[in-house]
Design a protein around this ligand. Structure first.
Ligand code: GAL
Length: 369
């Protein structure tokens, strides 16, 4: 009798943990819309998200929209036509998805903004990293690397390269960094020789490496060809840092090491960090971001999202925020914000330890796992 009871209980547990099948027994279906495969990190995000949701018993549709907003609208509309129960979207353009957000709202399909906020009230949930802190870490790295607090009357020269103005994150990254460094610019300790300090002037459409390269080459030719020393270049992510590092290598006549920041831990940039062409990257564990997204998605589909309680169940630090990321005037997303970290040549092993990268045969460069 006891064996039968144990079996029944085990079966009940399995069924309760199984997928979130709706009452009719059909599996719940999620639509995962990623912006592009041309920026390395999104391939990892898409893979981790699909793996997590399928392992939890969901059907998962995964699309990449080639950094084309119209294609992403089409991809999302198709997901809605396929009857998804939840949309998980990393927006190419945070303000470019209103038509499909309206469709989702009409169909009662909840929307979770993934990493990048959709500026539309249909997106009531947001999972990302603390984007302002990402920028702050970059600014603080430059502040420390140049020892700006103890510069005395020395002046250091810096340039800025921000991200895609269509990406809601890019402004937070830039502001986080600029807010750290502006006091030094105002005091004359830091000088932006090109004079380009406004976000729109330093932004990089589509986060394009080539665009960042061309702009950096132009700045170096225009302002540094006379031997002016360049001490730092604040880049908001790795794809733009790759372009800037290439320009410095090919077009900067100085012999000093230039502090170059980045974000994402892209493989080529980690190699640049080993080779001294980039100085740091802000790492965001997108595997953790996928796990948190799954937990929030489950709560959404169960009809009960208690953010304060939910974050207590996570194995990783995650803040619940309802006042930082607005989707319209006076309306804020329920935001789950993970914590970024700084990676330099001195702690690359940390990326191996978390199981997402491995050393090459010579134990010199990191490879994706
Ligand atoms: C941002 C993202 C960053 C950065 C950029 C390019 O929205 O948060 O990790 O890499 O897109 O993909």
């Amino acid at each position: 009798m006891k064996k039968i009871l144990a079996l029944v209980l085990a079966l009940a547990l399995v069924l309760s943990l199984c997928s979130f099948a709706s009452a009719e027994g059909a599996k719940k279906k999620v639509g995962i819309s990623m912006p592009t495969q041309s920026l390395e990190r999104w391939n990892r995000d898409g893979t981790y998200l699909k793996e997590q949701f399928e392992a939890a018993g969901y059907d998962a549709i995964l699309t990449y929209s080639d950094n084309k907003n119209d294609q992403q609208v089409n991809d999302i509309d198709n997901m809605l036509s396929d009857g998804v129960d939840l949309l998980i979207v990393s927006a190419i353009d945070g303000e470019g998805l209103n038509t499909c957000m309206d469709s989702a709202a009409e169909k009662g399909v909840p929307v979770l903004s993934y990493d990048r906020l959709i500026i539309n009230d249909a997106s009531k949930y947001y999972v990302s990293f603390d984007n302002y802190t990402v920028g702050k870490l970059q600014g603080q790295y430059v502040e420390t690397a140049l020892d700006l607090a103890n510069a005395g009357d020395k002046t250091f020269n810096i340039e800025f390269t921000a991200g895609d103005p269509a990406d809601n994150n890019a402004g937070y990254f830039f502001n986080g960094a600029f807010d750290v460094l502006k006091p030094y610019i105002d005091a004359g300790t830091l000088k932006v020789v090109s004079g380009q300090t406004e976000f729109q002037a330093v932004a990089t459409a589509q986060w394009s490496t080539d665009t960042a390269l061309a702009r950096a080459q132009n700045i170096l030719a225009s302002y540094y060809a006379d031997g002016t020393q360049l001490d730092a270049w604040l880049c908001s992510n790795d794809s733009t840092a790759a372009g800037v590092a290439q320009a410095i290598e090919s077009d900067y006549a100085g012999t000093n090491a230039v502090v170059v920041t980045g974000q994402d831990g892209d493989i080529a940039n980690l190699a640049n960090i080993v080779d001294g062409k980039q100085t740091m990257t802000v790492y965001k564990n997108v595997a953790n971001e996928a796990v948190v997204t799954l937990a929030v998605a489950k709560a959404i589909l169960e009809g009960e999202v208690n953010g304060e309680e939910l974050v207590k169940t996570f194995d990783v630090p995650c803040a619940f925020d309802t006042t930082s990321y607005f989707t319209s005037e006076g309306n804020f997303a329920n935001s789950f914000l993970l914590v970024p970290s700084v990676i330099t040549a001195d702690n690359l092993q940390e990326l191996v330890d978390i199981g997402l990268y491995q050393w090459d045969a010579d134990q010199k460069y990191l490879l994706a796992k």
